[in-house]
Structure formats: C-alpha cells, structure tokens
Design a protein around this ligand. Structure first.
Ligand code: ATP
Ligand code: MG
Length: 565
C-alpha cells in the first residue's frame, strides 16, 4: 500500500477524554474514530489488525474442532424470555422499537435454540460451535476507547456435551486455545478464577491483561501465577502468635482514643495485638466482626458469610446494641445478642486490646480462646499489596487488569430452561451440557497497544501488525532513492510481504520518520540518499529501536530473516 494513495488520517492531538495509551494511539494512528459514544468506525489500518487477530482466533478455534457460524445480530425477544434474560440484562440490552426483536448482547439463547432443533442423540455430541460477530450492549459508561464499546466484536464459542466429563474436556480445550490465541497475539496475560456471575454455571476463568487502564483489581503472584480478584483473593498474612501469659482482662481508660492506630500508640500495644470491631446487621440480627489491627473488611467475603443483605449498623444503632460508639466496641459486655465472627488471623489470639463497649475505655489481655464466643473464624480481610501469596509465599502484587476473555461452564442452565435435550445411551432424555467462551477482539488490539508502545507510537508485534514492514523513501528528489525504493517495493510485494510504502513526495523526512514510529510496523526500511551513495540501506527494528545498515543487495534477505524469526 502506498501512503500517497491511501487513507491514513494520523493526528498529533487527541481529545482530552482519551486518557489511556491505547485510546490515544488508536486515534492518533488513525486506526479508528468514534461515531457516537461507545461506537467506533474501524478505518482500513485498524481493520487490518482486527482481521489478523480474528484469523489467529479462527485458526486456534478450528484446531480444537470448532465450527464457525455466522448468526444474526437481530434476535426474537421470545428466545430471551424463555431464559428470563430480558429481565437479567435489563437496560444493557438494546430493544428494537417497531418489532419484538433485540440486538443480541451474546448468543447462548440462539445457540441453544439451534441445538434444540437439531441435536437428538448423544451420538451427535460433542460439538463446538463458534462465530466472530458484532455484539450490542448498552454499556452505561462506555469508556477507554474500544475497550468498552456499545457495539463490539466478540468471538463467542459454545460447547455441547452429553456428560459433565465431556464439558470438562471441552472447557480444557478452550482454555488451551485461549492461551495460544493470547500468546500469538503478543499479549502478556494471566488467568483469574472467577465467579460465573449473571451467566450461572459451575466454574469459570477470566483471561486478563495487566494494565493501569483496567477496571478489575487483582491480587497477582509472579511466583506461581496465582491470580484472584481482590473481592475473593486470599493471602498468607500471618495469624496471631499466642503469648500464653494468661493475663486477666483489665479495663483501661482511653480518653478520646478512637482509631486502631491511636489505640496502639496510646497503649503501646503492637497493631497485631489490637482487634478492630465492626457491627453489621444481617437478616435483622446484629453481628459483630473482629479483624486484626488495620486489616480492612472485605465486603464480598462478609456477604458470603452473613448473606447478601448484610449492612454496616448505623451510628445510632451502635450505642443501643453495644453501649458505645464506634471506636470503643468490643466482644465483652455487649448489650444485645450478637452473632460473633472473626477473621482467621485472630484464631487463638490472646493478649488483645479490644473496645470495652463503654466510650473512652478499652479492655486489655483479651484471649479469643478464653473470653470470646466466636461462632466461626473466616477469611474476611482485604488482601494488601506485598502480602505473601497463599500458595507459594511470593509477595503478591495488587494490579489493575483488563478482561480479554472469559470461559464458563454453563452446565444445563440454558438447555434446561429452553428444553434442548438429547437421548442418552439408555434412551433417556437429558438437557445438553453446555459451555460458553468469549473473546473481545477489540480488547485484544487495545491491550496489545497498552503493552507494546512508547511515547512515539505503537510497537506492533509481527503477528497482528497491520503491515509487516514500513518502507520509507527519504529523499523524493533523488532519482536513485526513488528507483531503489520502487524496486524494493515491487520485490517485497512479489514476495507477498505486506509493505506500507511511504512514497510521499511532499512530506519531509522528519515527518515520515515520526509517522513510521507512530504507525508502529515492526520493521522500518529506510532508503536515503546518503546511505545509498555507499550502497547501503538502513533497517530499524521498531520494538528494540536497533538500527543497522546493510548492503543494498542484502536488504531483501535481511528483511526475510527478520520476518522469519
Ligand atoms: P466486562 O466485565 O468487562 O463488562 P463481561 O463479563 O460483560 O465483561 P463477557 O460477557 O464475558 O464480558 O464477554 C466476553 C468478552 O467480550 C469479554 O471478555 C471482553 O473481552 C469482551 N467484552 C465484553 N463487553 C465488552 C464491551 N462493552 N466492549 C468491548 N469488549 C467487550
Ligand atoms: Mg459487561
């Protein structure tokens, strides 16, 4: 492709709402432009990258026996009523005004309806069906460019099995295919075990890319690969060590002392020997929760223990239930009947400082084995950066992540409600056991840029670069330079090497170099007057920045060598 004849709307400045690197660079390099909030037009250069990523996805899906469909984006609303997902999606689903149709946000219902009309017997199973197609979701806050759009491209795959072991096998195939896809797309990724949320089912994993632009917060271990959303992440933070001095409890005056840090300083007690008390109301009943020192209570974990309706007690409820305000609450002398639970770190703790349920007083030497009727010890705390990994002990990092893919064991959620059944070996009717597997194509591209760029532009890795090489004709007024560039261009094309040719006669060399760095092809081939006088051509590796001069007659061999490695 000649830049002089092509459409390459590069720009220097981007709107202020483009804050993350991939969003800015996709705009600057002219890969796409917004058409409306969360709606993007992919321009030719951007679409070339999309096609490369989609081809890698196809190859890996076909390799595990996937069969590609192209399903309609418009979908009869009755299908979604069968599974009650009109309600589940709510405002996220786009509805068509003048027909009972919706724009599909995903395709479980459509796939299940196809399975229902064709699959009759276990002999026809297993199947892996997939498509690469546009999805529509009325995201309330489309942002970060194509990372969260209202219309986006998803590879969605579905497995149909006759047994749960079959589902496990199909799921494992997808997990491996996904690893291959992200690796081939040049992404440094990690895998997070996740709850299957609104989808329902029996297990799922998210494929994530570390990036400050991410919306998820994850505890990640570089030692063993342990990764978990902070909502559920655990750590090997040490439990209390008993002193076994057997000291009796003692009430001490702590005037005006409220926070755990103040208590620790005032009583010269180590933070690990101070217990924080929190009062919650769950199912109409008060619960008191103890944590060590400054440990933070994890809302997801406490809800798992106390139920989804659990909420912090209001300040006015505290005094009535405990006799004190926040800051002086503790396990001994509570006024009401409490459910008492504590974080695992406090199991067997003694010599603890707790509130006295009397403003401005605390109790020392509390022994959780002796003095407190703890119903159960649970992991209730928020994991902090640098704490030991629960599996291998390496320091955990708390990082932001972008979800690039998700694999689910759906089980029979959709097949049961939509009555997609098959006859097993014994002639018995069973719902098909399903899995669902999604990849966001635009997210692969944006994440690739997040991980491969510098201040000057994109650094495409070879596998999804829009062009393999960027040929730069430096001095358009030099007959030799023009001739050499043109002959190289023709030779590259003859070898089926994708070449972007900056043959512009009206643009300065400096401007061409800037564009080449911005557009980010892996190899720049620079044909300039000075070097050509010495029969030399310059090659620049965009990823490493390495430049070298090669004899003109060796250029093609060097380029081929670069692309082959
Ligand atoms: P998120 O939590 O980020 O909203 P999701 O859980 O809704 O994602 P899935 O329903 O599992 O996502 O969809 C499969 C894949 O589609 C995701 O892993 C992601 O890569 C991509 N995806 C989902 N929503 C969007 C969107 N609004 N824009 C771009 N890609 C998306
Ligand atoms: Mg979503």
């Amino acid at each position: 492709m000649r830049i002089s004849q092509g459409f390459f709307p590069t720009v220097k400045e981007v709107p202020a709402d483009a804050v993350i690197a991939s969003h800015r660079l996709m705009l600057r390099a002219g890969l796409m432009r917004p058409l409306g909030a969360g709606i993007y037009s992919f321009y030719p250069l951007g679409f070339r990258v999309m096609k490369k990523a989609m081809e890698i996805i196809r190859e890996e899906m076909d390799a595990i026996g996937g069969q590609e469909f192209l399903l309609p984006a418009l979908s009869p609303i009755e299908l979604w009523e069968e599974t009650d997902r009109v309600k589940a999606f709510g405002d996220t689903m786009f509805h068509i005004k003048n027909r009972p149709l919706v724009l599909a946000p995903t395709h479980e219902e459509v796939i299940t309806s196809i399975a229902r009309s064709h699959v009759k017997s276990y002999k026809e199973l297993p199947q892996i069906w997939y498509q690469i197609q546009t999805k529509f979701r009325n995201e309330p806050r489309p942002k970060s460019g194509v990372l969260r759009g209202r219309q986006f491209t998803m590879k969605d795959a579905y497995s149909l099995d006759a047994s749960w072991e079959g589902l496990d096998a199909s799921y494992a195939l997808h997990e491996q295919a996904y690893r291959n896809i992200y690796t081939r797309c040049g992404l440094n990724f990690f895998i997070v075990g996740a709850s299957s949320g609104a989808m329902g089912g029996t297990g799922s994993q998210e494929f994530m890319v570390e990036s400050d632009a991410g919306e998820d917060t994850v505890a990640l271990c570089d030692g063993c690969g342990y990764a978990a959303n902070v909502e559920i992440a655990a750590s090997g933070a040490p439990a209390a060590v008993r002193s076994d001095r057997g000291s009796s409890i003692e009430e001490v005056s702590t005037p005006g002392i409220k926070t755990i840090d103040e208590v620790s300083a005032y009583l010269k007690a180590d933070l690990a020997h101070c217990a924080k008390s929190l009062v919650y109301i769950a199912n109409g009943k008060p619960a008191i929760i103890f944590l060590m020192g400054n440990d933070q209570l994890n809302e997801t974990k406490i809800q798992a223990v106390l139920g989804a309706d659990a909420r912090p007690a209001h300040p006015e409820e505290l005094a009535a239930l405990t006799g004190a305000d926040a800051g002086s609450i503790g396990p001994i002398g509570l006024k009401a009947d409490f459910t008492i639970i504590a974080d695992k770190r406090l199991e067997h703790a003694d010599d603890m400082v707790c509130g006295a349920n009397k403003n401005d007083f605390h109790i020392t030497h509390v022994d959780f084995d002796r003095d407190v009727k703890v119903e159960a010890f649970h992991d209730l705390r928020v994991v902090e950066d640098g704490e030991p990994c629960p599996k291998c002990g390496t320091a955990l990092r708390i990082v932001k992540g972008i979800e690039v893919g998700h694999i689910f064991k759906l089980g029979t959620k959709y097949s049961a409600s939509m009555k997609a059944t098959f006859l097993d070996e014994h002639g018995k009717d069973n719902p098909i056991i399903m899995g669902s597997y999604g990849i966001g194509v635009e997210r692969i591209i944006a994440c690739h840029i997040e991980q491969h760029h510098d201040e000057f532009g994109i650094k495409w890795q070879k596998s999804i670069a829009p062009f393999d090489v960027h040929l730069i004709l430096v001095n358009a007024n030099s007959e030799e330079v023009v001739q050499k560039s043109e002959s190289l261009y023709a030779a590259l094309r003859a070898k089926k090497i994708d070449v972007l040719f900056d043959d512009r006669a009206t643009v300065s060399p400096g401007f061409k170099f800037k564009d080449a760095d911005l557009l980010g092809m892996p190899l720049q081939i620079i044909v300039g007057e000075k070097n050509l006088k010495n029969n030399q051509i310059e090659l620049k590796d965009r990823n490493t920045g390495e430049r070298r001069l090669v004899p003109a007659e060796d250029a093609m061999a060097e380029i081929e060598k670069f692309l082959a490695t």
